[in-house]
Design a protein around this ligand. Structure first.
Ligand code: ARG
Length: 469
């Protein structure tokens, strides 16, 4: 190498740490420590962060305007190379950050080597993950809205469709299918609130923390935050480079969404079972069996249920990763990416497919209603009927338990017992009793806010529509 050959310190990574190293990294260590195989996913965010940093460095006079122009030109080319698949990722350059910086220096020379002034990969990577995650949060928020809309619109067609409501998976009281669906809308609405809250804490800028202690260059952190759309700064440099609680929070949010999805998925599987027969799914969401010609299996719902396990697993991975880490940055944190990426992918795909599938559910109202007629779903209504006529509720409860026992022995529903027989259970039973015992009478009576009465459910549907826009 002649004296005027420009040195690219990143041409060979073991030289990146300086002349201190006397031997190259072993091939195994290189493979073990490299993250470029997965963190190249952060490339767009990495370039965006670098451009904001460079712009600020130039405005502060730390680098020249020419340097900034060179960096911008080089980054534009790198972005194009990545997007067209022409960028050559090198394992020996360890991660996305060093790969991009090395290529920049190759393209624009010294300006590329000035980019890292006042910055460390520690605040760089924390910034990249936050930027990337913020974008994904916005995408997932939109999917959550779509999911809720699908359920609300399906519910709007079924405020009068009666099904058995269950406790302990035993028939309890009649509810409308709409009311049942809106329970999931509530769950997903809370998930959306949680996500918005997580976003506020993700959306803070670590850059300026440098390796850990801050930097001696006159950086304008607020300007960088503004350029990148961050709502605030990480206010302690040690914390900025080391904590990943924002990723853990996101994984906790994601775990809850998946738990909610898995509950809905489980119900879809049950409802499609021949013994329920409450719904059918479009063929495109089902698979057949290679041996049993009659089978149509709800694989999508089962997989959605199954995938909740892996997202909860990622939460465990991330939270365990953080535990016991001394301040500040430790290489452990490189392990945050794969769980986080897979969490985002799994939640996004699952919400998309479940919303689509739910929107296409074929409801079988007769089967739901038939099921609601079995299991004495209106027994509470008979007790309430007596209580409203002055019988203490506990006594009414006993009387009705006895009536149910008799009806069971005769293989009849309460509503099928003739009036004189019902009157034999209690003198307060009048001619109006049958009205209280019908499924629709039972539903209509539950007109408290949040109850299953069609008028109440209609109000909820309108509230959700207004909220979801
Ligand atoms: N690839 C690294 C990570 O994901 C980037 C930060 C490396 N910093 C360091 N001091 N080795 O965490």
């Amino acid at each position: 190498m002649s004296a005027d050959t420009p040195i690219n310190p990143l041409a060979n990574k073991h030289q990146a740490w300086s002349a201190l190293f006397s031997e190259p990294m072993s091939e195994l260590v290189q493979r073990y420590t490299a993250s470029v195989g997965f963190d190249k996913r952060l490339a767009r965010a990495d370039i965006q962060g670098s451009l904001a940093h460079a712009q600020m460095l130039a405005a502060q006079g730390v680098i020249g305007e020419r340097d900034l122009a060179d960096i911008e030109r080089g980054m534009a080319q790198i972005r194009a190379e990545i997007e067209t698949g022409h960028f050559v990722w090198k394992l020996e350059l360890e991660d996305v950050h060093l790969n991009i910086e090395a290529r920049l220096t190759e393209l624009v020379g010294d300006a590329g080597k000035r980019l890292h002034t006042g910055r460390s990969r520690n605040d760089q990577v924390a910034t990249d993950i936050r930027l990337w995650l913020r974008g994904e949060i916005d995408r997932i928020a939109a999917l959550l809205t779509a999911m809720q809309r699908a359920l609300v619109e399906l519910a709007a067609q079924h405020t009068e469709t009666v099904m058995p409501g269950f406790t302990h998976l035993q028939v309890a009281q009649p509810v409308s299918f709409a009311h049942h669906l809106l329970a999931y809308v509530e769950m997903f609405a809370r998930d959306a609130e949680r996500l918005a809250d997580v976003r506020r804490r993700v959306n803070r800028l670590p850059l300026g923390a440098a390796a850990l202690a801050g930097t001696s260059y006159p950086l304008d952190r607020r300007k960088v935050a503004e350029l990148l759309g961050f709502e605030g700064l990480c206010e302690n440099s040690l914390d900025a480079v080391s904590d990943r609680d924002f990723a853990i929070e996101f994984a906790a949010f994601a775990s809850l969404v998946m738990v909610h999805v898995s509950r809905l998925a489980e119900e879809i599987v049950l409802w499609m079972n021949q013994n329920f027969g409450f719904i059918d799914l479009a063929d495109r969401y089902c698979t057949g069996s290679s041996i049993m010609p009659q089978k149509r299996n709800p694989d999508v719902a089962e997989l959605a249920r199954g995938k909740s396990g892996r997202v909860v697993g990622h939460l465990m991975a991330l939270i365990t990763l953080m535990k016991g880490q001394p301040l500040t940055y430790n290489k452990d944190n490189q392990e945050d990416k794969e769980p986080l990426f897979d969490t985002v992918d799994t939640v996004a795909d699952t919400l998309r497919i479940m919303a689509e599938m739910a929107a296409g559910i074929v409801v079988k109202p007769e089967a739901m209603e038939r099921a609601a007629r079995r299991g004495y779903a209106t027994a509470t209504d008979l007790a309430d009927y007596l209580a409203k006529k002055g019988v203490p509720f506990r006594d009414a409860h006993e009387v009705v338990a006895h009536a149910v026992k008799v009806a069971m022995q005769r293989g009849l529903d309460l509503a099928e017992l003739p009036l004189p027989e019902l009157q034999a259970f209690h003198p307060q039973v009048g001619a109006d009793v049958h009205e209280a015992l019908t499924l629709r009478g039972s539903m209509a009576a539950r007109a408290v806010v949040g109850g299953t009465a069609p008028a109440q459910v209609q109000l909820q549907i309108e509230r959700h529509r207004a909220r979801l826009g």
